[in-house]
Design a protein around this ligand. Structure first.
Ligand SMILES: [Zn+2]
Ligand SMILES: [Zn+2]
Length: 344
């Protein structure tokens, strides 16, 4: 178990009403239950979905319209809650928004069952501070093995193995801004409620629509458990796949990559090399052809005043960070001409 920081080190803003180290201690039980539920329940949902499909013939491939609609709606609410809320807003402050939008996004993100808001943000800030170095909570590159074994061990750890690790020490130091917000702490403490509502609401919706208990079960699975299962693996793929497979356009001190298929299913988060090069950018798909649905939503939010001060790097900043061509590809004559400016 990691040691919690003594209370006095929290005194930056000297909160009278909260006592964060105790708070983090109280978080541990919900955290453990949530972790267990996160691994087991969505997988049962996945099996349940297969079982339900067994004797269904309507819709597409046996999947009914109701199931598809609750899946798409809930995937969008929880997914954008994580990508726009947890990640681009709360972790990286890539845009500003009204307070109620900020809190609503935290609730939406919680329903993805990827962890309590403040802990998620703390873990992800640590990932950026120490990306692919010792201390990175989920790097596929820091496990001391070579070759195929190293690849497999690394990918396993980055994808799912890291979720069973104890918290890194002093994680809470990086989230003073969130701990200072009482409403955010309140939402954080109700994490399991948001997860439960994210499963229960689509279940009720589909049972009302179909007027059957079978609808309730299908809604719980397609809008809840299966949706959580799929989304967890998509998000974990950013940590595993997008630090190993894909292309790198920009210089960054890690192995982050851009990966088109992952970007598509992860609502734009798979442009991960771009993101490590420009962490505070609200836009991850920086090129016109790099589709980034989360940025499309942030843009739409900005038109109606739900987002402002949206941060995006300009062309000059992007040019300055472009990856230098590898030395072996430089023709001999070019090397002579450029020798006075060449840097390794
Ligand atoms: Zn990363
Ligand atoms: Zn990030």
């Amino acid at each position: 178990m990691d040691m919690l920081t003594p209370a006095r080190t929290w005194g930056v803003n000297d909160h009278k009403h909260t006592h964060p180290p105790e708070l983090l201690e109280r978080m541990r039980w919900p955290q453990r239950i949530a972790m267990l539920a996160t691994v087991i329940l969505p997988f049962l949902g996945f099996l349940g979905a297969i079982a339900l499909l067994w004797h269904r013939q309507d819709g597409i491939f046996g999947i009914g319209w109701g199931e598809m609609i609750v899946m798409i709606v809930m995937y969008s609410i929880a997914g954008f809650g994580v990508t726009i809320g947890y990640h681009r807003l709360l972790t990286h402050k890539s845009f500003d928004c009204p307070r109620w939008v900020r809190l609503t996004l935290a609730i939406f993100g919680s329903s993805a069952a990827q962890g309590m808001t403040i802990r998620w943000v703390a873990t992800h800030r640590r990932h950026h501070q120490l990306s692919d170095m010792d201390g990175d909570p989920h790097s596929p590159h820091t496990h001391g093995f070579d070759g195929l074994r190293g690849l497999i061990v690394g990918l396993w750890h980055a994808h799912i193995g890291w979720t069973f690790d104890v918290d890194r020490p002093n994680l809470e130091r990086s989230v003073q801004d969130l701990l200072a917000d009482k409403a955010m702490l309140f939402i954080d403490q109700l994490y399991l409620l948001w997860v439960a509502l994210g499963i229960f609401i689509p279940a009720v919706a589909l049972s009302l629509w179909t007027g059957t208990w079978e609808g309730f079960l299908a809604g719980m699975i397609w809008g809840g458990l299966l949706r959580i299962f799929l989304m967890l693996h998509v998000t974990w793929s950013i940590n595993s796949v997008c630090h190993v497979f894909g292309s790198r356009e920009f210089e960054s001190s890690d192995h982050s990559t851009n990966n088109f298929p992952i970007a598509l299913v992860s609502l734009g988060e798979g442009w991960h090399n771009n993101h490590h090069a420009f962490p505070t950018s609200a836009r991850h798909g920086l090129r016109w052809w790099q589709f980034d649905s989360s940025y499309v939503i942030i843009k739409l939010m900005s038109y109606v005043g739900l987002a402002y001060n949206v941060r995006v790097p300009n062309e000059a900043a992007m040019q300055a960070k472009l990856k230098k061509p590898a030395a072996v590809e430089t023709p001999e004559f070019a090397k002579v001409e450029a020798s006075t400016q060449t840097v390794e």
